[in-house]
Design a protein around this ligand. Structure first.
Ligand code: KIV
Ligand code: ZN
Length: 525
């Protein structure tokens, strides 16, 4: 075991493919649903992160997913774009329709192999399930060269039957076989042994890449994935910030940094541009409203802050005493001052391009206007401020409700009162209302004005950059009926940011209601 921080020399490392499923399994996290524009923004960032494969959605599940896969496949350059498909002809055909014409594509089809699932959910015999798997892999191969097959609930399947299914789908043309720990049940050593068993007992296994897909119900999704890599897995499926069904999926940043930091042990690495990790994490958190816990490995706010005096003393003397990776290696550096009030449109566009954002003229105009307003309120605009502007301005949810003005009165001896002017469907409307605090007064007044009956589930405020003139960013999670959405707002005034976040969520609810585009779950047999 070596102690120095060393990022170079990957000549001997085995390259592991990173299959990112933030937009498919990640999007299945309660409340994390993303609209088309948001998915495109995330997909473009995943391309900058240099993932190998993007699972962009499940084409058959909804017209929204279909369109997102289609646009991502057409517009995002670099990674292979993949659609999930149940082992049904209509699903495989729909995946193909969404992907056709794009340069690098994959169809990922799956069916359960555990007796629990086959008996209670799919109502199929083992032979029937194997036959369906083979037929659908062949059907997908009729469309594309690159076909992945997953035996769902593999870790609770009879290994002998699992080997048989894998052999059959590889013969049918599967180029990747993915082993999911669907319910997060496996232990790391056991999962490693399963991968070894597959290598030793599936005669044609060398004709396919072994992939793994681990859920985090027992907190070991990353440990399981790494154990599988040790035993020969060549692809890992993971998500940014580990979002996903229930307790989530294996976290991309932990796997990638784990391999890079301990390449002396794993002898493996990825092609991920690790300096893009933090930006990707913040983007996904902003868009989904899923806040990253401060002590989360790699991307948590505390991941690189050393509080104990002994640690600080050691660090000052020699960084390697307590630092096993450089903060810059995930893109965490000193906040860079990017622009000020006098910066012009040309410099703004150039700075955005340096940050990796290419925008149309219309998008740029919107973002520039917003930047100018911010630069008027705040002397210095940082990279993080620009990222928030971009992620908010690129979201094109129709604005049914728009904040025109807001005035609040609050303090130790007044009843908090909000006076609000909104534009609702193009018409101006004003109202005054009271509440338990300034935010409550604003939210109650907005609810009356918009005639909405939603419940506020989460309200989070954070400062985007330091200082008392920092932009405050508010994230809310709002529920109406069975639908949960997130809303974001940022402003140097946190009450204004709060009102914007709430209206953003109400706009999303209005949009969803107008589309009634309900998704079917990938687990519906
Ligand atoms: O968890 C799971 O089993 C899945 C499959 C569709 C790969 O997400
Ligand atoms: Zn999954």
């Amino acid at each position: 075991m070596r102690a120095e921080i060393d990022e170079g020399n990957f000549a001997m490392a085995r390259m592991i493919r990173i299959f990112d499923t933030t937009l498919r399994d990640g999007e299945q996290s309660p409340g994390a649903s993303m609209n088309l524009e948001e998915k495109l923004i995330v997909a473009k960032q995943l391309a900058r992160l240099n993932v190998d494969i993007i699972e962009a959605g499940f084409a058959y599940s909804s017209p929204g997913d279909f369109e997102a896969i289609r646009r991502i496949a057409q517009e995002v350059e670099g990674p292979i774009i993949c659609s999930l498909a149940r082992a049904r002809p209509e699903d495989v055909d729909r995946a193909w329709e969404a992907l056709r014409g794009a340069p690098k594509i994959r169809i990922h089809t799956f069916i359960s192999t555990s007796d629990i699932h086959l008996k209670h959910q799919f109502r199929l015999t083992r032979d029937q399930a194997r036959e369906r798997a083979v037929d659908m892999v062949q059907r997908a191969r009729g469309y594309v060269e690159d076909v992945e097959f997953s035996p769902m609930d593999a870790t609770r399947s009879d290994p002998k039957y699992l080997y048989e299914v894998l052999e059959a789908v590889i013969t049918a043309g599967a180029t990747t076989v993915n082993i999911p720990d669907t319910v997060g049940y496996a232990a790391p050593q056991e999962f490693g042994m399963l991968i070894r068993g597959i290598r030793e007992n599936v005669p044609n296994i060398k004709q396919a890449v072994i992939s793994v897909h681990c859920h985090n119900d027992l907190g070991v999704a990353v440990g399981n994935s790494l154990a599988a890599i040790v035993e020969g897995a060549g692809q890992v499926e993971c998500t940014i910030n580990g979002i996903g069904e229930r307790a989530g999926n294996a976290s991309l940043e932990e796997i990638v940094r784990g391999l890079r930091t301990r390449k002396d042990f794993y002898g493996a690495d990825t092609q991920i541009q690790t300096e893009e990790i933090l930006k990707s994490s913040r983007l996904v958190s902003n868009i989904t409203g899923m806040v990253v816990q401060p002590n989360k490995a790699i991307v948590g706010a505390n991941a690189f802050s050393h509080a104990s005096g002994i640690h600080q003393d050691g660090l000052l003397k020699e960084k390697t005493t307590y630092e096993i990776m450089r903060p810059e290696s995930i893109g965490l550096g000193k906040s860079t001052l990017v622009m000020g009030k006098l910066s012009g449109r040309h410099a703004f566009r150039q700075r955005l391009e340096e940050l990796g954002y290419k925008m149309t003229d219309e998008e740029l105009n919107k973002a520039f206007e917003r930047f100018k307003r911010l630069a008027d309120q705040k002397k210095e605009v940082y990279e993080e401020d620009l990222e928030v502007i971009i992620s908010e301005e690129l979201q094109t949810i129709p604005e049914t409700y728009r904040l025109k003005s807001l005035h609040v009165e609050s303090g130790t001896d007044t009843v908090p009162t909000a006076q609000i002017e909104l534009e609702i469907d193009g018409k101006s409307s004003r109202q005054v209302g009271k509440g338990d605090g300034p935010v409550d007064a604003a939210y109650r007044t907005i609810a009356v004005m918009t005639e909405t009956k939603s419940t506020l589930l989460t309200y989070v405020v954070k400062a985007i950059t330091g200082g008392t003139d920092a932009q405050g960013e508010v994230m809310v999670k709002v529920e109406e009926g069975a639908k949960t959405v997130t809303g974001h707002g940022s402003d140097t005034d946190i009450i204004v940011a709060s009102a914007k976040a709430y209206l953003n969520a109400l706009n999303k609810l209005a949009y969803w209601k107008s589309r009634k585009d309900e998704k079917i779950s990938y687990k519906e047999a």
